[in-house]
Design a protein around this ligand. Sequence first.
Ligand SMILES: NC(=O)N[C@H]1NC(=O)NC1=O
Length: 174
Amino acid sequence: MDIAAVNLLPYEDFVNIFGNVVEKCPIIPAAVWSRRPFVSVKAFEAAINEFIDALPESGKEGILRCHPDLAGRDLKSGTLTRESQEEQAGAGMDALSSSEAARMARLNEEYKKRFGFPFVICARINDKAAILQQLSARCQNELAVERARGIEEVKKICHLRINTLLLSDGTFKL
Ligand SMILES: NC(=O)N[C@H]1NC(=O)NC1=O
């Protein structure tokens, strides 16, 4: 699907297809649909990023809170979104040793207690070791730094999800 085809989508189809490019935040593509026509995929992505950047800090924290923990309860119970399941499995989050799993759970809790939102990192460009190292290091950051850092990661996840949708024909039917 190219950008011309994206621009022709009625909003119902648009939200169905792009509804999870930002995890569990279909309101973002629903809002950004008003910005059509997009001159390119890059412009479509820029519209999403501008919408996110224009949110108050509480809205940005809300986006972070829509993300499941890495190797958390949703992964164990099979209730992750399809995208998140693939990303977490690709980074080995479903194959942690018991000591790695215990460390991840402890650090995830420490992070959430400190900041009031979950640790978010783009799992598709990090492996297990990098994720654990980042989780531990980022627990030390200040709130404002970490809020901005989490949002940067959301944008990377979004970029890769859009690429997957637009570069792979046949993943969805209109
Ligand atoms: N918490 C968190 O980072 N979650 C995620 N990261 C990612 O790439 N996919 C996710 O679900």
